[in-house]
Write a protein that binds this ligand. Sequence first.
Ligand code: SF4
Ligand code: SF4
Length: 383
Amino acid sequence: MKYAPVALNKCKSYDRDTITELIKTQFEAINVNRELINGKRIVIKPNLVMNKPPEFAATTHPAVVTAVVRNLKKMGAASIIIAESSGGPYTEALIKSHYKSCGMADVSHNEGIDLNTDTSFGIMQYQEGVKCRTFNVIKPIIDADIIINICKLKTHSLTKMSAGVKNLFGVVPGIEKFEMHARFPEQNDFVEMICDLCSMLCESKEMITVCDGITGMEGNGPTGGTPKNFGVLLSSRSPYSLDCVCESILGFNGTVPMLNAARARNLAPQSVDTIDVIGETPESCKVSELVLPDTQKFNILRSLPNLFGGKAAKFFEPKPQIDRNKCIGCGVCERSCPKHTITIKNRKAKINYSDCIRCYCCQELCPINSVKIKQNFIIKIIQ
Ligand code: SF4
Ligand code: SF4
């Protein structure tokens, strides 16, 4: 099978003109041209997971979105709209506040493009789905001819890495994402479901993925980590190909669960060497001394999922723990927990671990990073 090529360039700053030129070069390299774009309705799907400004590196930088928009306009796009369903509820007020703090309102104002505030959604079917065949999807994605998936390169507590494939989970409206976590509590099932979603979108729409890896995130991503200069910008017609190159750049070769699920379906190559990478080589862009999420550092048993029928692995898995000194009792984690296992008492969050599925949504969405990851004491002793 021939996998889609990936354009990879080094890029050290968020200078809009520099990125606009780089995107032009990359789009030419992967055959994104006037013939493809002219007259089409385009939806841009950035990563706006949280209400944080661009310098926190949790969200797609507005300079990259600007650069993509400028290129699409030159190629004759009929309409361009930015749409995203962020981490919390899918409400107009929340979407608007994310657009403002993440810099998308400025992109809209400066470049004259629309921001989606319609919170309706529809159903998309995928009969070939391995774990999931029906998805609720936000309306601008359903209406578009072409999806421009502009992701951020980050480490991720649950899925190890977040780039092109994982970014597409944001087309599922609001708190339905938590329900998907509850429906697929095992990591293997969850990543298969994400592959179903990604493949459904790639097969029903034209998909172009751009990765903002200029300043990415290391540590407790996707929201609680630390910005790190990865210095790369990537584009591809396949999110799977693009993610394989990102996996190699971060030194994760063959260990990102979503990509291994994709490899088993022949959607991604076994080795990055079989992808045509245009521009720089992944080797020349390798990131050194990357800090892993705490969940991945501690979780040595995740590689042994069948130990004691898989049940022991859950017992040994790192668990979320509330830092009671920091917690302000805002209730975001309580509302985000797919298993409803968090309660707020005396203005402090409390977790009932018997129902906890270790999805780490609470850690991802706590606005002040007061959910920490605690290692099992036996694993600690072994280590
Ligand atoms: S989201 Fe964070 S600050 Fe808010 S209640 Fe939960 S742990 Fe506390
Ligand atoms: S407590 Fe946290 S990790 Fe456990 S199920 Fe709830 S959101 Fe997921």
